[in-house]
Design a protein. Structure first.
Length: 302
């Protein structure tokens, strides 16, 4: 019996569901019940009948799943799979910002820890950040945005609100350079450039479309174009190619690789199910406050 067969047998016997982020290793994506972005996976998990969630992603994602499914056991196969961007802002940083800007509402990217979410008014994703600012925060003139300065810059350019921007960033996305895009566009003139909003502004300015990972998948599937330059973490290429076998997807940069996302392997998924490790635990008050922050976004209908 190979590792994949062992994982599937254990998953069934323990009533578990396996979630994999779009940036995970191909073989981890292939073993998962659901593959998607962090919030979408957490929503899937909340609606699943499974008692155990094995979250193949980075730690804040597993925390988000626990926040939305407090009654379920949430496991992360590698407890050291962290997110550098999420770790660039702390709850204390947010409390200080709120004291300095008492009239501002605090909007946090979903790429934040539970402790940070607990201090914020509202959460957003890369897909709905602008809608949250122009809709849910329409009566607020000042917005504190943490932690990603590039996503904040992208949204701020499309609204008249005053932004107080935390200087966090994704180390993988900033490795994508404008000269990478220029060179590839010269080599592949027919290609459309799809860029994630976590990319720096100089890269976004060269893109044909600025999209979240899930929106990239939807756009590529529906587009008449056959060649795409993809400016985000390289893990997404597996899903794009798998779902669109007749199309060509070119990484904007092979350097745009998240080592923390790649920490999770099939062996670690198997061990996680066998040994029930590593369980995600969040202090009750923190979980309650963070859930309120997430629910305000999920319940917003415009």
């Amino acid at each position: 019996m190979d590792i994949a067969q062992k994982i599937n047998k254990l998953k069934r016997s323990k009533n578990a569901v396996i979630l994999a982020h779009n940036y995970q290793l191909p073989e981890v994506q292939d073993i998962a019940d659901f593959v998607g972005d962090s919030l979408g996976l957490s929503i899937q998990a909340a609606g699943a009948d499974a008692k155990i969630i094995v979250f193949c992603g980075v730690y804040f994602m597993a925390e988000t799943a626990k926040i939305l499914s407090p009654q379920k056991t949430v496991l992360i196969p590698d407890r050291d799979a962290g997110c550098p961007m999420a770790d660039m802002v702390t709850a204390e940083d947010v409390r200080r910002l709120k004291k300095e800007h008492p009239k501002a509402k605090v909007l946090c990217y979903v790429n934040t820890t539970a402790d940070v979410k607990a201090e914020c008014d509202l959460t957003c994703t890369s897909a709905n950040a602008l809608a949250m600012v122009n809709g849910a925060l329409k009566n607020d003139d000042e917005v504190i945005f943490v932690p990603d300065m590039h996503l904040a810059d992208y949204v701020a350019q499309q609204t008249k609100k005053q932004f107080i921007i935390w200087k966090g960033y994704c180390p993988s996305h900033v490795k994508i350079l404008p000269e990478d895009i220029i060179r590839l566009k010269t080599e592949h003139k027919e290609a459309l450039v799809l860029a994630h909003p976590e990319c720096p502004g100089a890269v976004r300015n060269l893109a044909d479309k600025i999209l979240s990972t899930e929106a990239m998948c939807t756009f590529a599937a529906g587009s008449h174009n056959d060649v795409f330059i993809v400016a985000t973490e390289t893990g997404i290429l597996h899903k794009l190619r798998k779902e669109n076998p007749g199309k060509v997807f070119i990484p904007a940069s092979e350097r745009a690789l998240c080592p923390n996302m790649k920490r999770i392997t099939l062996e670690k998924v198997l061990w996680s199910l066998e040994e029930m490790t590593f369980e995600v635990r969040i202090e009750q008050e923190t979980m309650f406050k963070a859930r309120q922050c997430l629910r305000r976004m999920l319940e917003y209908r415009g």
